[in-house]
Ligand binder design. Sequence first.
Ligand SMILES: [Zn+2]
Length: 107
Amino acid sequence: MSDRIPCINQRCRRTAPASKYEPDTEIVCGKCWRTLPLLIRQTDRSLNKRLRSMKRLAIKPDRADQAQRLIAVIEEDLHRNWEKMRDYFRVPDMPEGLDAFLAEVGL
Ligand SMILES: [Zn+2]
């Protein structure tokens, strides 16, 4: 299991190759991604876009300090948004039989 990363949705059995990601990275598979609320997806996209442009800016010596501070803020926002995704997929406490039944019917 160490060479594969599971999707953060515990009801989903998809995985991604660990070699493609940084250590301790969490992933959400494409299918689960599409089930997330639009606002969460849009927030993730725009924050990642901003993060990429800040990382480009951080290379320039005269802007590096400012860019690094903004990168820290953006990464914090990304982390908070990721927590929302995790909450969205959090498995509610259910009797074991019901859980298995729901998995069987694809819910
Ligand atoms: Zn998934």
